[in-house]
Design a protein around this ligand. Sequence first.
Ligand code: TZP
Ligand code: MG
Length: 230
Amino acid sequence: MDMDQRIIGLTERKITMINWRAALNVYFIAGTQDVPMGQTLTDMLEEALDAGITAFQYREKGPRSLSQPDDIERVARACQKLCLRYDIPFIVNDDIALAMKIQADAIHIGQSDTPLAETVEQVKNSLAIGLSTNTLSEFEEAMTQKDLAYIGIGPVFNTVSKIDAQATVGIELLKDCQALSSAIPQVAIGGITSTNVQIVRETGIDGIAVISEIAQSIDKQTTVKKLKVK
Ligand code: TZP
Ligand code: MG
């Protein structure tokens, strides 16, 4: 099996066709709360897609986020449609029911969300799964899970985008994780910018996940170009 393709379930584009290592290159995450005044999430996402992001996670969370399920589903579907048009994976954060209902490409869970075993059971092989880790032991445990499409590691640096973020883990943890194993694709997250991306890339990690650096950029073409590895 081609490990980069993480063949987990169905034969659709969704899971079998996604090369997660490539998709993690520049992984943009956003929800309504991350959109600058005067813009909409879909406008912002379209600019980011035009600029060359390689995956998108819909994460509706925290102050200023939408709370009505109907609104969330409508926005999620609009974002999914855009991602389909640009042929990049559309991932839903945390909300398994929504991800299943709209048949997203993947669900992303954190350590304090629905446990992995339960998530695997609920998605019934129809969604890929990504998991966040914040320590070496969480990463080691994640590496033993055959059901994971990719693993997130962070927050690498201070972040303004997640109020309940864990303590920063720094570049050292990224290096330690890489040294341990790279069998499952890995993405770094938390406070990554055009200025510090180089040292993150030097660890050899597959990709970077960002919110604010892209959401707040007034020149997304230039920002994504700086973040991206060709
Ligand atoms: N998980 C760990 S840090 C973080 C999430 C969702 C937020 C990343 O946002 P930013 O603005 O790129 O620091
Ligand atoms: Mg979560």
